[in-house]
Design a protein around this ligand. Sequence first.
Ligand code: TYM
Length: 334
Amino acid sequence: MEIVLSGIRSTGHLHLGNYYGALRNYIKMQDNYNCFFFIADLHSLTTHPHPDDFHAGVRTILAEYLASGLDPEKSAIFVQSDVPEILELYILLNMISYKGELERTTSFKDKVRQQPDNINAGLLTYPVLMASDILIHRANLVPVGKDQEQHLEMARVLARRFNTFYNSPVFPEPKAFNFGDDLVKVPGLDGSGKMGKSEGNGIYLCDDEQTIRKKVMKAVTDSGPTEPNSPMPDSVANLFTLLNIVSKKESVAHFMESYNNCTIRYGDLKKQLAEDICAQTLPIKARIEEIYKDEDYLRKVVKRGTDLARESANATLKEVRKAVGFRSFLNSDD
Ligand code: TYM
């Protein structure tokens, strides 16, 4: 069975971008693959969360994973910092990662712009830690959104480089995965770019009906097309992208036709969009709180997931250590 791995940082709540870009694929993959899904709490440290909030952040994502349908009987669900093997691989991969290539990563350049006072080394080597998460399980497929494409490329480069450098075929080359043809980029409703936690434009799985309606109704549009088949401004195209993701084909076709013949009423489109988002997210929301509170259940889920993850990670690390040339004085069969 092919091995699948993916994770989400423990910053804030999950939004539609996380759900449609990543989580929904995780849920669909559980039956047919050997799946590992985790909470990337170490990655979230690059932005220096307050220690008082740190654990709640992890617990939030765990509860939202489970409420969305991740099944601990089918997938190994764990927290990154509970698997120290990842960090040993991280240090080894750092030795074959070069400053120049890390500085050229788009996500690093973005962060340098966004947080000029906190350009820490963890940001620079973020893709190396991500590659370690993936390669420690020798994963073949990594369900992610479009924004992670470059990081996946880096994981492939490092897998290949390690295998060549140490002349040992330890790692397969992991591929980004989506059930559709292309990786998904869920847009924000503010007329620009992607939906994101730091962009402040998210619709969250834990939002209630009224909040969702309000956010959707406030979405940026223009004054409407005045000529048939006019090109679409980005803000309106974004609404259609969302509609394509959450609504029935007939709804999309209906609004597309009314856009093209200039009869569209954006209010109607937004109402439909809000309703279709609610239909998908409200059942998830209804489960989050109860799961969040169930400490015993969460502990059991993570215990099982961590055991599976560490077993898989240790098997890989053994091969890695052999390839690098470690031989311990302490353990004669190492
Ligand atoms: P993170 O926490 O930023 O996002 C988690 C997942 O959600 C996807 N995503 C989106 N997809 C489509 N449209 C959007 N607007 C959108 N916003 C977020 C992301 O593509 C991602 O799949 N570095 C990763 C976490 C990570 C990881 C890994 C992922 C750490 N190690 C190993 C896979 C494998 C991150 O920051 O994701």
